[in-house]
Design a protein around this ligand. Structure first.
Ligand SMILES: NC(=O)c1ccc[n+]([C@@H]2O[C@H](COP(=O)([O-])OP(=O)(O)OC[C@H]3O[C@@H](n4cnc5c(N)ncnc54)[C@H](O)[C@@H]3O)[C@@H](O)[C@H]2O)c1
Ligand SMILES: [Zn+2]
Length: 348
């Protein structure tokens, strides 16, 4: 399955189970030198380097740069290490990177690619469900600061994204369900059909049935690709992708990025968005119970944590999108409205 992201220039997303040969041909066609820099982390390297390197090397020379695993390493220090390593290995403006990993590796690799020598090419090969449906698509790159997430970043589209669902076989369940939170977001935001699929195939999804997972990833990638094409730099439409993320980001920050993972925080944020939409009379129907039921079936948390109002207020202020909130009108339809942080924290 191939999706075209109609940004300038266009680029393809491939969704399949494990078509590495095709992916490598695409990589090779886009290379200006006979070498690919693969950026990954220690966990993914342990699982996949020995298996993948010989396959890559049949077509291309590879140089691996392995970073520590974890959101807490999505920072400037790690970027500096990668920039230095690239320089030492002789990377130049013709060089090309490949992000092999979850959203953390993808965001850092994109950021490094957009800044090294004022911008070089890169590919995305996402290995978590969250990165396959979301982080690897759309060209948003970023790193965290101690005061907030993704506060520094760029827009830098990859040359292609290769989504191979077989990577998900080794993904721990707790990580898998984070991706499910983003998938629920897509359904609520833009796709009633996807919502029905999620509700009627819950068990198959939890068992990671390849057919259904591929179909779901394809739907999500399609939605994101279409939105990104219409609003590459997040001026308006793309903001709808932040459904559940205003509170989600605040929760992640309040837990110091340790207590709550992104997907968990988004799940709670989705419930919050549904409830706020209901209380403000924006949603036609009280959707919260239905949403809670599905998120619970996916083993995701649904009640936002009881931090003090003061803490929430501070955390929401830091979130750069806190003045525009994505409300749920009905399943598959959202509206973005300006809100004051006060109206959000009064509700918490
Ligand atoms: N750029 C964007 O548009 C965008 C969108 C959404 C999220 N994000 C970012 O993505 C990040 C979260 O991504 P994530 O949930 O993928 O987290 P992650 O990158 O931390 O990966 C989660 C864990 O799974 C491990 N892992 C990865 N692939 C594996 C595999 N196949 N088998 C076993 N283990 C594997 C990782 O090593 C890590 O421990 C956040 O930093 C978030 O800000 C970015
Ligand atoms: Zn997200």
């Amino acid at each position: 399955m191939r999706i075209s992201v109609r940004t300038t220039p266009h680029y393809p997303i491939f969704v399949d189970q494990w078509n590495l040969r095709r992916s490598l041909s695409v990589v090779k066609k886009n290379l200006r030198e006979d070498r690919l820099f693969i950026i990954t982390n220690t966990t993914v390297a342990k699982l996949y380097k020995a298996k993948l390197d010989p396959i890559f090397r049949k077509k291309i020379k590879t140089a691996w740069i392995v970073i520590p695993d974890g959101e807490r390493y999505k920072n400037l220090k790690t970027c500096e290490k990668i920039w230095l390593k690239l320089a030492k290995l002789g990377a130049n403006r013709s060089s090309c990177l490949l992000a092999l990993g979850g959203g953390v590796v993808g965001d850092i690799t994109g950021f490094v690619a957009s800044t090294y020598m004022r911008g070089i090419r890169y590919f995305q090969m996402p290995t978590t469900l969250l990165a396959q449906v979301d982080a690897s698509i759309g060209g948003k790159t970023g790193i965290d600061l101690s005061v907030g997430k993704n506060l520094v970043g760029t827009f830098h589209q990859p040359k292609a994204a290769f989504i191979h669902t077989d990577f998900l076989k080794t993904l721990p369940f707790k990580e898998f369900r984070h991706g499910l939170a983003e998938i629920v977001k897509y359904a609520l935001m833009a796709d009633q059909g996807l919502w029905k699929i999620l509700k009627t195939n819950t068990n198959k999804i939890l068992q990671r049935n390849t057919g259904i997972i591929k179909k779901i990833i394809h739907s999500c990638a399609h939605i994101k690709a279409d939105i990104v094409a219409l609003d590459e730099k997040e001026k308006n439409l793309r903001r709808i992708l932040n459904l559940g993320h205003t509170l989600g980001h605040a929760i992640e920050q309040l837990g110091k990025y340790k207590t709550w993972k992104h997907g968990e925080a988004v799940a709670m944020g989705l419930v919050f968005a549904a409830e706020l939409s209901h209380r403000l009379g924006i949603s036609k129907k009280h959707l919260t119970p239905e949403i809670v039921r599905l998120l619970k079936a996916f083993h995701l948390p649904t009640a936002w944590p009881k931090y003090s109002q003061k803490k929430y207020r501070q955390a929401l202020k830091i979130d750069k999108k806190a003045n525009s909130f994505v409300f749920l009108k009905e399943i598959g339809d959202v509206i973005v409205k300006s809100v004051t942080t006060a109206s959000i924290w009064n509700f918490l």
